[in-house]
Design a protein around this ligand. Sequence first.
Ligand SMILES: [Zn+2]
Length: 103
Amino acid sequence: MAEPILMPPERHWVCPNCSQVALTFEVIPAPRFHLCAGLRGIAAPMLLDGVKAKVEAKEREDYVGTADVQTDGEGRPIMSVVTTREDGQDCTVLAECANASTD
Ligand SMILES: [Zn+2]
């Protein structure tokens, strides 16, 4: 008698800001990120197909100076990417990078 083969669940991911889609077969689901053309190249989460939400890049509003911050494709400093669903929000913080030197 053949043993049943357990297949990992198939998940379809979409982006509300661009046309990119993805298909994953992970047993433990993890957020799926991509470089979003709709958000000018910022790494943004994808949504499971059918989930109603918006994904927005939030521009850094404080003084940047010489800080090493992440910018979008138009050179605007981006502070975070916020996903807003019916039942709450997720936030991906794009923190400033620290630099050190031994000179
Ligand atoms: Zn996208």
